[in-house]
Write a protein that binds this ligand. Structure first.
Ligand code: PFF
Length: 451
């Protein structure tokens, strides 16, 4: 256990963890969910989910990670050596995060391609917004055989570079540079968006709730989104928390990370909806990949300074995706180091190099092999559905049962109070939520997915 590296500073610790949480989930998935679930009312319920469930479950995951001081499987073994079998929960998380990584890397390749094409201006050459040429361009690009693969490989190699440098010199240093950059870019985009003609109409849709639009689905989707966005139940937070210094305040860190993640999602709403209203876009423009790869470029094409705004936006997206892929990969890297006993370099190679084959396999079916389906879905959509709709909630329920019922309560309180040094007024409440409320609500979400 002594050889577990630690983040060098509290800022680095927060930056890395926020870097993991803030990703395509905030920038891409969140606005699409808001649009599909009735606007402000979804935001309202989402905020409740973050406070009621997200923060307590994140705190529990931090406690398991720092107290267990190992990879996502070893943490269970270290906390309750007598309780055999719980490490399998960690293995499920590792498997889920690796599967997510394999297709997330493909999307991060798209973001990088769009960054390059924005800089060169190719994305907007001979574009006629009204003719839907950006949508066609996106379709053609994804269907291309070699270019999406090249860009995915570039992102894989970038991951390899940072991960090989290790926790402090790689992950922490990169996060310390990229996270401030991301927040600056977000603020710039908020200012631009608020100056658009119909900004107030967009804000009204995003911020004035219409409670008559609430359905059980709204709750299910909001809870699912909060877990996805906060990187919960993927082994990521257990792994990163094992790198937290022993004097880090876990509850406070969970609140900070969750609120920063919420803030990014909120900013994305402020950025997108004024644009949607001003440029009169339809619901279908906001679904899935269309939002960031078609709708936003359409908006940029109608603004002055198209290439600059487009480049800055895709830079933001590439940064957000990159820091998340790093954290998804680190889960398996830590496992290879701790359980299989590999050196860091070998562990990184073992985890990252297979992606050179796996990720293209995920992207290929979107292209010329689009006829290949599993359960009626492309490999890409199949992996997305299985991991986020099923493996993630199952992992969440098991994590809560473990931290609420199996791990001793004294372990929980020792972690939250830093061995009695701090007062933790929220301890009882957090433990209660993790033990009773969170597993039941997540089970409801899971059941909802099956219906
Ligand atoms: N939290 C990140 C995001 O919102 O994009 C990364 C991520 C973690 C995505 C875990 C999905 C996931 F299941």
């Amino acid at each position: 256990m002594a050889n577990t590296p630690k983040f060098a500073s509290k800022i680095g610790m927060i930056a890395a963890t926020v870097g993991s949480a803030v990703g395509l989930g905030n920038v891409w998935r969140f606005p699409a969910e808001v649009q599909a679930n009735g606007g402000a009312v979804f935001l309202f319920i989402y905020v409740i989910c973050i406070f009621l469930l997200g923060i307590p479950v994140m705190t529990a995951e931090f406690a398991l990670g720092r107290g267990g001081e190992s990879d996502a499987t070893g943490a269970f073994r270290n906390v309750t050596p007598g309780r055999k079998g719980w490490w399998l929960t960690g293995l499920l998380a590792i498997l889920s995060s690796y599967l997510i990584l394999s297709f997330y890397m493909v999307v991060s390749g798209w973001t990088f391609e769009y960054l390059i094409q924005s800089i060169t201006g190719d994305l907007y050459s001979s574009v006629d917004v009204n003719e839907g040429s950006l949508s066609q361009r996106m379709g053609e690009y994804i269907a291309g055989t070699y270019r999406p693969i090249v860009m995915t490989v570039v992102m894989i190699l970038a991951n390899l570079y940072v991960l090989l440098r290790g926790v402090q010199a790689g992950i922490e240093k990169m996060s310390n540079i990229m996270m401030p950059l991301l927040f600056i870019l977000l603020i710039v985009f908020c200012c631009v968006s608020l100056s658009l003609d119909k900004a107030s109409e967009g804000l009204a849709f995003f911020l004035n709730p219409d409670f008559s639009a609430v359905t059980p689905r709204t709750f299910i989707n909001a809870l699912g989104q909060s877990f996805f966005s906060l990187s919960l139940a993927m082994g990521i937070l257990v792994t990163y928390a094992s790198y937290f210094p022993s004097d880090a305040k876990l509850t406070r860190t969970a609140v900070t990370v969750s609120l920063l993640d919420l803030m990014v999602a909120f900013f994305m709403g402020i950025i997108i909806f004024p644009g949607v209203m001003t440029f009169g876009l339809q619901d279908s423009d906001l679904a899935g990949s269309a939002l960031v790869f078609v709708t936003l470029p359409e908006i940029f094409a109608q603004m002055s300074g198209t290439r600059i705004w487009s480049s800055l936006f895709f830079l933001l997206l590439t940064v957000a995706a990159f820091t998340s892929t790093i954290s998804l990969a680190e889960v398996s890297v830590a496992f290879m180091q701790k359980r299989v006993g590999l050196s860091r370099a070998k562990a990184v190679m073992t985890v990252v190099l297979p992606l050179l084959v796996l990720s293209p396999i995920c992207s290929l079916p979107v292209g010329p092999w689009s006829g290949f389906k599993i359960a009626g879905l492309t490999i890409f959509d199949f992996l997305d559905t299985v991991t986020t709709n099923f493996m993630l909630p199952i992992g969440g329920i098991l994590l809560c049962i473990y931290m609420g019922w199996v791990a001793p309560r004294s372990f929980f309180s020792k972690q939250l109070t830093n061995d009695g040094e701090l007062k933790s007024r929220a301890l009882g409440l957090i433990h209660f939520i993790v033990k009773w409320i969170a597993p039941v609500l997540i089970a409801v979400v899971l059941a909802g997915q099956l219906m």
